[in-house]
Design a protein around this ligand. Structure first.
Ligand code: NAD
Length: 331
């Protein structure tokens, strides 16, 4: 089938593009390259550089003629949503609405929306959290992602198009940006490799549900293969891992003995988040397949090859980055 992947130049979106190509779908990535990067997009996919909020979106869909849309493009930073909630809403609410409107005009037959578990459930003692747990977002990002879900459900009812929301846990893996405030695996990994001390916010006993990015791409592939699956599905491992435990695992893999330093706790940071993925198993026959240590080892290898390549480029003026996640050489 022809699939349009919004946010296809992003961290998760680029892995989704790779997986759908491997499944022999024809894939078009749509991205405004704000946090996405052109070089992440598999050359076998077409990249349309376009903003979700642009008047050119109809033309983009007319060009792509997708049977299905996977919607990942978003303002995905919680701190940025707190600092600038209007911008967050403009991308996550109005951008999503614009996409749904254009998808209706282009008669798209299936929409898979990538949302977030932790940020829409908020802090809760019901762990692992199931889909029917009340939502209580504590950030503008959680509110805007939830608004996207509600518009999607409404749109499904109005158009009769089957839609599915995937509420992701905390995703990690190759290509995650280590320069932001989120993405603790990428941040710790790049600092450990650079020999720089890692800082754990607060006591480090806050827990998260870490899912390897390849398993998310697998969930999206299954969502497209099961058009009868509708509603909301959690994508998580059901396993809670503390930040202290995560650091210990990464440090062991990187052969670093230095302990992390504990900094001040982040105000408003969620204490616990872990998702119940039983519905994903029932509807999509999906379960996380990558054990945490294996996923962390692959991620470490990716960042270590990259830092090696960057060093070589700096030393020898070499060109061409080999991306170990895809084994491709890109111009
Ligand atoms: P990312 O920032 O790498 O990807 C987002 C992509 O969307 C980028 O390529 C960016 O350029 C693009 N984009 C942003 N605004 C756009 C616009 N107005 N028009 C077109 N493209 C635009 O982030 P990610 O971590 O890969 O997140 C992808 C999706 O997964 C998001 O919807 C996010 O809410 C969701 N999610 C991520 C996580 C996680 O742990 N990373 C967890 C839960 C949910």
């Amino acid at each position: 089938m022809r699939v349009l992947v919004t946010g296809g130049a992003g961290f998760i979106g680029s892995h989704v593009v790779d997986r759908l190509l491997a499944d022999r779908h024809a894939v078009v990535a749509l991205d405004n390259l704000s946090t996405g990067r052109r070089e992440r997009v598999n050359p076998a996919a077409r990249l349309l550089v376009c903003d979700l909020r642009s008047a050119r979106l109809d033309d983009a869909l007319a060009t792509a003629r997708p049977d299905a849309v996977v919607h990942l493009a978003a303002q995905a930073s919680v701190p940025r949503s707190v600092a600038d909630p209007r911008f967050d809403a403009s991308v996550n609410v109005f951008g999503t609405l614009g996409l749904l409107d254009a998808a209706r005009r282009a008669a798209v037959g299936r929409v898979v929306y990538v949302s977030t578990g932790g940020a829409v459930y908020g802090d809760t003692d019901v762990l692992p959290t199931p889909e029917d747990h009340p939502t209580q977002p504590a950030s503008p990002y959680g509110v805007s992602k939830l608004a996207g879900e509600r518009y999607l459900e409404c749109w499904a009812g109005l158009t009769g198009t089957p839609t599915l929301t995937l509420r992701l846990a905390n995703i990690y893996g190759p290509r995650q940006d280590p320069s932001g405030e989120a993405g603790v695996v990428a941040i710790f990994t790049s600092r450990l490799l650079a020999g720089v001390e890692c800082v754990v916010n607060g006591d480090g006993e806050q827990t998260r549900d870490y899912v390897y990015v390849g398993d998310v791409a697998d969930a999206v592939a299954r969502a497209l293969a099961h058009p009868d699956a509708t509603g909301v599905v959690n994508i998580g491992t059901g396993v809670a891992t503390s930040v202290n435990d995560l650091y210990a695992r990464l440090a062991r893999l990187a052969r670093v003995t230095r302990p992390a330093r504990h900094g001040p706790a982040r105000p408003g940071e969620q204490r616990k988040s872990v998702l119940d993925a039983a519905r994903a198993k029932a509807l999509l026959d999906w379960a996380a397949a990558t054990p945490l240590d294996a996923g962390l080892a692959t991620t470490l290898e990716y960042f270590s090859e990259r830092s090696h390549t960057t060093l070589q480029q700096a030393t020898h003026g070499g060109r061409g980055l080999t991306d170990p996640a895809t084994k491709e050489t890109r111009p």
